[in-house]
Each structure stands twice: as structure tokens, then as C-alpha cells.
Write a protein of this length. Structure first.
Length: 184
């Protein structure tokens, strides 16, 4: 965010706060107790304007696709099916691919950008990556008929756990996979 944007945001925020203080001060100095309706309207309008400007300035900066300008060091294909993940270095397009991928143990290099290409063979699932310390580091949706890309750079070696984050049926909570991130 540029310095000018920050200044503009600050001035807008300061103006809204000053306006609210002034309205409160004015209403508290009125002789007869008046209804709070006009103040409420102003506060509401102020919030709408503030939220609108804030959304316009920040929405497009959300990290929907990280490392977009980098060429990933490795591409991993992910297919989900109730209630498991298959992860492979080769595309997973058929049941046979899925079965082969399911037995595969992928290794991911530490400190390099890798790309996951994630799809689902049945319903919507989540593909959430948990670091060895249990902290979630990245996630993307696994959707039937779509291939969603997730790029991530693993800075910490160790065993990562993949967990479904989208309720997908009775065994959803047990839907897990594991892979190892190794230093070179
Ligand atoms: Cu699930």
C-alpha cells in the first residue's frame, strides 16, 4: 500500500471519528432531549462509507494466488475422494491413477515454491496444510470439475498433515494425508 493511500485512509478515518465526536457533543448540548435517530443515521452512513472505501482499497490485495510470478520447483497433483487425498507427481485422471497415487509417497523440497493442482472426484473437500507444529499454513478447496492451484513455499522441514476443511460426510474428521518436506 502506498504512502498516499495510507494517508488518505488515515484522513478519512480521522474525519469520521471527528464527525462522530462532534455529533455526540452537539447532541449532548441540546436543551431538550432529542431522539437518537439522526445520530444513528449519521453513524450508519459513516460506517457504510468507511466500509465501502476500505473494501475497495483492500479486496483486490487478498492473496488469492501467492507466488504468481514464480515458476514452481515442483508440481503436485491432488485428487480427493470421500474420505482420502491422493497426492502424486503425475496427473491423476482415472481410478487407476488415483489408486497408484494413493500408494505414492511424495517428498517436497524445503524452501522452494511448489504448486498443488487440486481437484475432487466426488464432492467438495478442503485441502488444508498443517505444519509439524500443528499450525495451519495454507489451504484451498478441492472441487469436482475444477482444478484449483495452490502455491506454497515450505520453510520448515518435517511431516505435514493434510486435513479436509469442508464438511463432506460422516468420516470427514478422519480425512487426512501426510507428506514429508525435506531439506536438500
Ligand atoms: Cu471433509
Amino acid at each position: 500500500m502506498s504512502q498516499n493511500t495510507v494517508l488518505a485512509l488515515f484522513l478519512i478515518g480521522a474525519f469520521i471519528i471527528a464527525a462522530v465526536f462532534w455529533l455526540v457533543w452537539r447532541s449532548s448540548h441540546e436543551a431538550a432531549p432529542s431522539s437518537a435517530e439522526p445520530l444513528r443515521r449519521w453513524v450508519f452512513l459513516g460506517l457504510v462509507v468507511f466500509a465501502g472505501i476500505f473494501t475497495a482499497l483492500t479486496l483486490f490485495r487478498m492473496p488469492y494466488f501467492l507466488y504468481a510470478d514464480e515458476i514452481p520447483a515442483r508440481v503436485l497433483h491432488v485428487a480427493t475422494r470421500q474420505f482420502a487425498f491422493a497426492i502424486s507427481e503425475r496427473p491423476i485422471e482415472s481410478d487407476a491413477d488415483y489408486a497408484a497415487a494413493f500408494a505414492e509417497k511424495v517428498q517436497i523440497p524445503v524452501g522452494q515454491v511448489v504448486e498443488f493442482r487440486v481437484t475432487s472426484f466426488d464432492v467438495n473437500h478442503g485441502f488444508a496444510l498443517y505444519a509439524p507444529n500443528g499450525r495451519i499454513v495454507a489451504q484451498v478447496q478441492a472441487m469436482p470439475g475444477y482444478m484449483n492451484r495452490l502455491r506454497w513455499r515450505f520453510d520448515e522441514p518435517g511431516e505435514y498433515v493434510v486435513q479436509c476443511l469442508e464438511y463432506c460426510g460422516l468420516a470427514h474428521a478422519r480425512m487426512q494425508a501426510r507428506f514429508v518436506v525435506k531439506g536438500s
